[in-house]
Each structure stands twice: as C-alpha cells, then as structure tokens.
Design a protein around this ligand. Structure first.
Ligand code: AMP
Length: 500
C-alpha cells in the first residue's frame, strides 16, 4: 500500500466492484463508485484551481461529503484538516492562523470572514457531480502531509499534528494485519472526524471494502434514539472510546442477542477499565475486545491487546498492549525502578506540529539511527513479555470522555475574562478516570459578589473559546490559591480538595 497509495487502495473497490456500499445512513446508501467519482471530480477541480500548497480545511459533521472532501484533497496533492461543526469561532480562527489553509470546504454554516476561498455545500455538490477521467499527477505521497489534526495546547494555541501518507500506511497496514477484519464488514463511525479515533474506522473500513455506518451527534445525544438505532446498524466492527460504550451499556438490550453480528470491539483514547471490560464480556461473550493505545502524534494507536479472561483475572489495571511490529517503545526513566515516560519510535510517528518548531522540538526527536521519535508525556512501564502499561500523565493533560484536554488551555481561556485574576483547573476523578473538571477562580477586587450567576456567566464566556467538553462543570471562587513551600501554586492541594 505504501507504493500504490491509500487512496488508490480505496479506489480499487470503485473500479472492481462499483455498486459495493461504502457509506450507509438511514436515508441513503453511497457506493464505492460514487466515492471514487465524486472525489475524482473534486480532486480535478482543486488541481485546476492551482491553489497554494497549503492544507484544505473540511468543516462539518459525520457526513459522506466529508469523506469525499478528504479523498479529493488528497488526490489533488493537499493535506486535509477536519474541523468539527461545533467548534467555537475563536478556536477556528486560531486554527486558521496556524494552518494557513489554501481553501475551506464547508458542509455547515460558515460564519467567519476570511480571504481564504470557501466552497459551500451547494457548490461542492455541483463540483462533485461532474464526470472526469483524469490521471492525478501529484496525489499526496510518502512523507507529505495526508491530514492535520489539531489538539489542545498548553498555551491556549491549538497544535496541528501533521500525519503523512506513510505514517497512515504504517497504521492501516497494522490494523489490517493484526485485527480480525474481513472484506466488506460494517464499521461503527461515532467519533468526530476532528478526533483521530475516527481514522481507526475510516481507512481500515474503506481499504478493506467495508461499510461505514455513522452515528450522528443528534442520535448519540438522545438515549432512546440511540438504543433504537444501534441494533438496526447490524455492526460487525466497533470502534469507540470506553466512555461511549459505557453509555451504551446503560441499555440492558445492548448485548449479543440484540446485536448478533457484532464480533470485534476496539477501544482507544482513554483508559479501558476492568469494570467496563468485564461488563462487555458478560454481554458479548463471543466477541473479541481489544484495548489499544496511542497519541495522535503517532497516528491513532501503536499497541493493542486482546482482553481475555486470563488478562481480566490477572490485572487490576488493564495493559495497553503489545507494540506493533514496525515500532519500538522505550521508557525514559527518571529515578530507580522500571517506571518512566513512554517514548515511541517508528514509521507512524509524525514529523511534528505544523508551523510550530518550538513545540515540535520539545517532544519530537530522532534516534541516532535517524528514526522519528515522540515523547508521549504518559507514565508507564514495559513488562518482560513486551506488554505495555500506562499509569497516568507526567503533565497537566487529561482525558474526559476520550477527549484530550490541556488544563492550561482552559486556564488561558479563563484569564481572558476580565473579572478573573487567577485560575487553576483540576480534575475530579472517579477511580482512575476523570469525571469532571473543576475551576478554582480568584476574582479581581472590582467584581461584585461571587455567586451562581457569575459562575454561569464565566462558563458562558468560555464557550466563545473552548469546545463544549472543555468547559469546567464547576467553578469555585476562592480568595487566594494555595502555594507550595517554594511558592508555586499548589495544584496537588486543589486536586486533593475536589477529590476528598
Ligand atoms: P489522543 O491524542 O487524543 O489520542 O490522546 C492520546 C492520549 O490518550 C495518550 O497519550 C494517553 O494519555 C491516552 N490514552 C490513549 N489510549 C489509552 C488507553 N488505552 N488507556 C489509557 N490511556 C490512553
């Protein structure tokens, strides 16, 4: 696939089996032929526009046209940059400043004034219905960027992870080799395209001639609808965060009797607790359940383990897997013992953050043999049999419902509020998982009494800058932040206070 290219491997189905279904919603089936023709037409249009080499922003929700836009951009030699339709305006503007895109394809209402050309949905539809037979001269290849995914940054500036064509090939090859995927299976697509978990569904499904079954946000947010729709999807292959499956487990009918075709579960993005895994084994005794691990910077995931009864019996905290064969993990130890920071070296490690050499230098480096490496910030250890374990973070990054959040990102947004002098955000845990975010806020003297309404208005202000899932559930007003002996803000004391 490295030579032929990912997009060519998907187009193969459009030529050899055109009527095969690629994407299925309750309203419509989209075939591989449609996917190929539409992305050919868009690629042709983009190539003829002779745009600057910058990335192409694709703005929207889970929709077939998003996938068309990704493949079309790639055929024309551009990286694509997915932005979720729910992203606040200020955050989109911050992403545009860093990414300097050459075009925006918008499938939702685009409200930002910009000099960058914008293609709206209607216009996209007229473009993709053109018929072209066209040999693309410069599709994205090798070390060129295939996609960009922006993650939360400590300073309030989002970081754009650059994933090349060959990074993605390393990931897709691994998934198709190490997981039990048969041709033409149905894959759940639940994560937004701006979250790299979606890549676990998208490319393994399309390269293996499978069907993508999206679950829209509107359905996920309505339990009754969700529990009605899930069995109708006839899924074979499940990819989600553990938090999402926890939600599904609330329905007693989420089991092998009602979803008999479901044979494989893949979890990634946050801790899979023993409790969740046990509940799932009880409901789906014959299904394969995998825990996988990896940061966006190393292309979705780099390790996996089948959660067997033996593993459940042996470990209190589940392992995060055996590392894929083209990749090496080492542990950067600080003191005595085998614990330390997890380092990843291999062909799926990104070249770094887009237009951000400083942050890139902090965490990316090359080994003496010239292999690309990444410091994950995760604390863990490698057991003798090669099983990898994670124990937490060495910094202020947290995961809430699978979403990656830098607490510093929220604190920066809080400080934009003129009423606030100081702000610290800490996680409240349930077991080892983050359940809530709590903000401690010191107001300036002019601000009148702290009360519920003020907390609400502060949270409202945050929604201009932050994704919904980043807004702290609680705001606690205090007169002074506690300090450690050497005069630093005592985050530990505040964390202990909310976790008493
Ligand atoms: P993201 O870049 O959003 O995929 O987030 C990557 C981070 O999520 C990792 O560095 C870990 O801290 C955490 N993570 C990913 N997978 C797992 C897992 N299976 N168990 C525990 N933490 C995980």
């Amino acid at each position: 696939m490295k030579k032929k290219g990912i997009v060519a491997a998907i187009d193969f189905w459009g030529v050899s089996d055109p009527e095969r279904i690629a994407y299925q919603t309750s309203e419509k089936n989209y075939t591989y032929k449609e996917l190929k023709q539409s992305s050919d037409a868009l690629g042709y249009y983009l190539e003829k526009r002779l745009l600057e080499k910058g990335p192409i922003v694709v703005f929207g929700n889970l929709e077939f046209e998003m996938v068309v836009a990704f493949l079309g951009a790639s055929k024309a030699g551009h990286a694509y940059l997915p932005i979720d339709a729910q992203t606040p305006k200020e955050r989109i503007e911050a992403i545009l400043r860093v990414a300097e895109p050459s075009m925006i394809i918008s499938l939702n209402d685009w409200e930002i004034e910009t000099e960058i050309p914008v293609i709206h949905k209607d216009c996209l539809h007229s473009i993709i219905t053109l018929m072209v037979e066209y040999p693309f001269e410069q599709p994205v290849k090798e070390n060129e960027n295939f996609y960009l995914i922006f993650t939360s940054g400590t300073t309030g500036e989002p970081k754009g992870v650059q994933i090349s064509h060959d990074n993605l090939v390393s990931f897709v090859d691994w998934v198709l080799t190490d997981f039990p995927i048969k041709e033409g299976e149905r894959f759940l697509a639940q994560a937004p395209f701006s979250f790299d978990l979606s890549v676990f569904t998208l490319y393994p499904a399309l390269v293996s001639g499978g069907i993508i079954s999206p679950l829209s946000k509107e359905i996920v947010q309505d339990f009754q609808k969700l529990f009605t729709v899930l069995p109708q999807l006839e899924l074979n292959f499940w990819v989600s965060t553990p938090s999402f499956v926890d939600m599904c487990l609330m329905d007693p009918a989420f089991d092998a009797i009602h979803l008999p075709e479901l044979s494989t579960f893949i979890f990634c993005g946050e801790e899979l607790t023993k409790k969740t895994a046990q509940a799932l084994v009880a409901r789906f005794p014959l299904a394969d359940i995998y825990n996988t691990y990896g940061p966006t910077e190393a292309t979705v995931a780099i390790s996996s383990v089948l959660i067997t009864k033996e593993i459940l019996a042996r470990y209190e905290r589940l392992p995060i897997g055996y590392v894929k064969s083209d990749t090496a993990v080492s542990i950067l130890k600080k003191g005595e013992g085998d614990r330390g920071e997890i380092l990843i070296t291999g062909p799926s490690v990104s070249k770094g953050y887009l237009n951000n050499p400083e942050k890139t230098k902090e965490v990316f480096f090359q080994t003496t043999g010239g292999r690309q490496s990444y410091r994950t910030g995760d604390a863990g250890y490698l057991a003798e049999d090669g099983l990898l374990f994670i124990e937490g973070r060495i910094d202020q990054q947290v995961k809430l419902h699978g979403y990656r959040i830098e607490l510093g990102d929220i604190e920066h947004a809080l400080l934009k509020d003129e009423r606030i002098n100081q702000a610290i955000v800490v996680p409240k845990y349930q077991g080892s998982k983050v359940q809530q975010l709590v903000a401690f806020v010191v107001l300036n003297e002019e601000t009148p009494d702290a009360n519920y309404q003020l907390a609400r208005s502060i949270k409202q202000g945050l929604s201009d800058f932050l994704m919904d899932y980043m807004i702290p559930q609680r705001v606690i007003f205090i007169d002074q932040l506690p300090q450690t002996n050497n005069g630093k803000i005592d985050r530990k004391a505040l964390t202990a206070e909310v976790n008493r």
